[in-house]
Ligand binder design. Structure first.
Ligand code: G6P
Length: 754
């Protein structure tokens, strides 16, 4: 009987598995083909001017270096330049003979000169694009770009194996279920389940049941409710503030959170006229966390750094924000000048910041600074304990300013859910080794329930460091560390921005921004505009960015007089010599480029070294033809995502450093190595000549990505993992301590252990 039922079921499952593999493989292959076709056209538009001028002059020798440049891209196998009539002008050595100009001539000319093919060649799947290069309205030459698509075949293989694996598991489960169905009848099953979960006679929660099992049942119920909520939410799609708040209330029984972060989201400053004004600081952390706080409500504990901060707080050093909305409170912690120097400028920004960023700036470690760092961490941990309402609050400890705080909080609130998030890269164990207080940092952070980083690589670096410097048990499977009998999860959670973005939504229409910004800069209405937005920080590659602009003007004289790059640079940490020096060097570089290329009525580089409020930033992002984010190393970089949010007109090109966390998600940007000024200037040229249809295609894909992976999802995933961990811990605590008296708390929706 079991076989009679099983055979058709297994056949059906096999058919479904096969169908799913075929569907997924066809779609991904089409997607990759479209992507490499776009890339080939991008390469062609970047190299068009140089190729055409050399092709027209018949300068074959000088065509070869351009083709070799193109071939340097990881996935490009070969390239060739052909004449208008498809005879070979130059080619790279790896070009398969059947994809040279002459053999492709017939097909290319029949297709109007513009051709895409995917074909097998000696066991490898290759994509060939023939792109016509226009000059004065006619085709002057062709570029052939051959991409290696073998990685698609590898992914298809992996997908096939995965689907077959899933099929095998489902088949196994189906067989087990069939055998069980045969053993018990359905009726007996449902009776059994009702008896176990129900509240009726004979149930575990009923009068005569062993009450010690009740928590297990309520945990089971909570888990089912959570799964249902997650599933419902998944169907509903987008992560929203409401959905995030639901996770907090339903899965963590919380109605607010406590955030610990050095920088406050609203700074009260007194102006020269005596009036108090609010400043929004330039900080990726604040950009991300502020919407989360508005969604969750609670208290944000931060250093009170504004000149009028003390004047607006209540007796408990609190002020409600955002102005007019008042959905949460900032609790300000006051630091003496000496403390700020040691903890913030010293250990955090002269020690940890350069230690964690691979930018070749030497970290400085002073024992005095670390002493202040410890004291300030303790002060913030005490503030947390004063702010929380119960024994198991949800506390989000943010960034490298507070590596020690999680343990200090844990010591005082053992049942708290503490989520630590490190917003900058985490160095490998060898680099971390130079820090005299590495053990203290690791132990401090492991006081958290979860330690989050933007990327898996940084999680691995952290786990390696724990392995090398501490006595702790590592669980590589769960990516967690067990210390003192407690588990701390170490997971990647790539941070993001709110979506829809409130500043983008409030900004004037794009056309108005374009007009206004060009007018303010004294540019012609059709001038091309590049924009950079950063703190004046040596990790942001601002000098490399300006050098790329200079190289662009050198290599592509057509852009002289037409292209201006405006850099908004917020002064930052200016007590530190490296930051002050950077400001001086950037000004000098901008002046040199302007003296070299600029002239009456045109300034190639505009460097605005001052604070800009978000509406001003968004006006520039909406006015730009290209935004260049050139960080030399960056945990995530949210300016890249803000540019995407700003462009609801689906125009504008993002040129993005490969060394940002954002580059892992924003694949449709033009990814560059900012140290390679040749590559970066070529990408800027490609961006400036990119057809509107390609800009729209790329921007649409980028916007879909940021919309789906918004900051509510970032926070929601951490809270969901924290809820699971909390349930698991409670369950094991109960199982270890055996049956305990229970108390039915009215309105709590269940039974709680005392
Ligand atoms: C980075 C850090 C943040 C910091 C921001 C601004 O994004 O990860 O923690 O707030 O820089 O720096 P500042 O020192 O001005 O707060």
């Amino acid at each position: 009987m079991a076989l009679r039922v099983l055979a058709p079921l297994l056949a059906l499952l096999a058919l479904l598995a096969w169908g799913a593999t075929v569907l997924v493989n066809t779609t991904t292959r089409a997607w990759f083909e479209r992507d490499v076709s776009l890339r080939a056209r991008l390469v062609a538009s970047g190299a068009r001017d140089a190729l055409v001028s050399r092709a027209l002059r018949g300068d074959r020798h000088r065509l070869a270096p351009i083709l070799q440049d193109i071939e340097r891209d990881d996935r490009v196998l070969a390239a060739a330049a052909c004449s208008e009539g498809m005879t070979t002008l130059a080619r790279t050595r790896a070009l398969p003979p059947r994809f040279a100009c002459e053999p492709l001539a017939g097909r290319a000319l029949a297709a109007g000169g513009d051709l895409d093919l995917s074909e097998q060649d000696g066991g490898a799947l290759l994509h060939v694009a023939v792109v016509p290069l226009e000059h004065e309205g006619r085709t002057a030459a062709h570029l052939i770009v051959v991409h290696d698509l073998s990685f698609v075949a590898r992914r298809e293989g992996a997908m096939r194996r995965f689907t077959l694996g899933v099929f095998a598991v489902v088949a196994l489960l189906a067989s087990a279920a069939t055998i069980l169905v045969r053993r018990f009848t359905w009726r007996r099953w449902t009776e059994e389940i009702r008896r176990v979960l129900g509240r009726g006679r004979g149930s575990l929660l009923g009068a005569g049941s062993p009450r010690a099992f009740a928590p297990l049942v309520s945990d089971l119920r909570a888990m089912i409710a959570e799964l249902a909520a997650e599933q419902g939410a998944a169907l509903a799609g987008q992560w929203t503030p409401e959905r995030l708040h639901r996770v907090l209330t339903d899965s963590l029984d919380g109605d607010s959170v406590v955030i610990v972060a050095n920088r406050e989201p609203y700074i009260h400053d007194r102006g020269a006229d005596g009036a108090v004004r609010i400043r929004h600081p330039a900080s990726g952390l604040v950009t991300a966390l502020e919407p989360v706080m508005r969604a969750c409500s609670g208290v944000w504990i931060a250093h009170g750094s504004g000149s009028a901060d003390r004047d607006v707080v209540d007796r408990r050093d609190r002020v409600r924000v955002p102005p007019g909305e008042e959905s949460y409170a900032i609790r300000r912690v006051w630091l003496s000048e000496e403390e700020e120097r040691g903890y913030y400028y010293g250990f955090a920004n002269e020690g940890l910041w350069p230690l964690c960023h691979l930018v070749y700036t030497r970290p400085v470690f002073r024992a005095d600074d670390f002493r202040h760092y410890e004291t300030v961490n303790r002060r913030f941990a005490e503030a947390v304990c004063a702010e929380v309402a119960g024994p198991d609050p949800v506390i989000l400890v943010q960034d490298y300013h507070f590596a020690l705080a999680p343990r200090m909080i844990r010591d005082r609130l053992p049942r708290a859910t503490v989520i630590g998030f490190w917003h900058i890269p985490w160095p490998n164990a060898e680099r971390l080794g130079v820090c005299p207080w590495k053990r203290e940092l690791l132990e401090g952070m492991l006081g958290a329930s979860i330690v989050g980083f933007h990327t898996r690589e940084h999680c691995n670096n952290f786990l390696d460091a724990v392995d090398r410097f501490l006595e702790a048990r590592l669980d590589r499977e769960r990516t967690s560390v067990v210390v003192g009998g407690r588990e701390c999860l170490v997971r990647p959670y790539p941070i993001s921005i709110e979506w829809p973005d409130r500043w983008a939504a409030a900004a004037p229409p794009v056309e108005e921004c374009r007009r206004a910004v060009r007018a303010e800069l004294g540019l012609a209405p059709d001038a091309l505009l590049g924009v950079g937005v950063d703190r004046l920080d040596y990790t942001k590659g601002i000098e490399d960015r300006l050098l790329a602009v200079e190289r662009l003007l050198e290599r592509f004289p057509a852009h002289r007089g037409k292209f201006t790059f405006v850099q908004l640079a917020a002064p930052s940490r200016s007590l530190i010599p490296e930051y002050r020096d950077l400001g001086v060097r950037a000004e000098a570089l901008a002046a040199r480029i302007n003296a070299r290329f600029g002239g009456p009525g045109w300034t190639p580089v505009v460097l605005r070294a001052s604070h800009h409020e978000p509406p001003e930033v968004f006006r520039h992002l909406r006015a730009a033809d290209v935004c260049y984010v050139s960080s030399l190393h960056d945990g995530m970089n949210l300016v890249a995502k803000e540019f995407v949010a700003a462009r609801d007109d689906e125009r504008g090109v993002l040129v993005l450093s490969r060394f940002t966390g954002a580059a892992r998600e924003l694949g449709e940007a033009l990814l560059v190595n900012p140290y390679d000024v040749e590559e970066a200037s070529l990408a800027l040229a490609a961006a400036l000549s990119m057809p509107a249809t390609e800009q729209a295609a790329r921007m649409r894909a980028l916007r879909a990505q940021v919309a789906e992976f918004n900051v509510y999802r970032w926070a929601g995933r951490m809270l969901t993992d924290a809820a699971r961990l909390r349930r698991h811990e409670r369950l094991s605590a109960r199982l270890q301590s055996g049956p305990r008296p229970l108390d039915e708390t009215p309105g709590s929706g269940g039974l709680v252990a005392r």
